[in-house]
Unconditional design. Sequence first.
Length: 155
Amino acid sequence: MTPTGFSHSSTELYCDGVAVAAVADAEGTPLYIYSAGEIRRRFRALDDAFGEYPHAVHYALKANSTFAIVRLLRELGSAADANSIWEIDVARRAGFEPREIVFTGVGKSGAELERAVSLGLKAINVESAGELARIEEIAKRLGRPARVAVRVNPD
């Protein structure tokens, strides 16, 4: 069985059983190397921690939107948390359906809100009363519902 994660011998560093030096020789440096095995292990541990309780794990693309990582998390059953229209596009190319994407972040432009409403995302996280009004106007104009989650600051 191939080890997952990073390991080392007395002379080599490995990632998922592959010599890091060999990857660097083949791809050049600098480069980032991620362990698909470790991502799988950690996702399963998080997802399994909820047991049978209804839940969804949303991967925040702002953490790392490398396409291979986003695609791997989609294959594992993750949903997506996108902070920009660009991140929504990455999530869609990785196979996420709009119903699996939450659009979050402050300062969303009118064009971003228009696209988010037209896609029918799982939810748009609303940051202000003004943003909620803009989403409502767009939804009415497009003749489609917009699901929102309201972020509340007690102050």
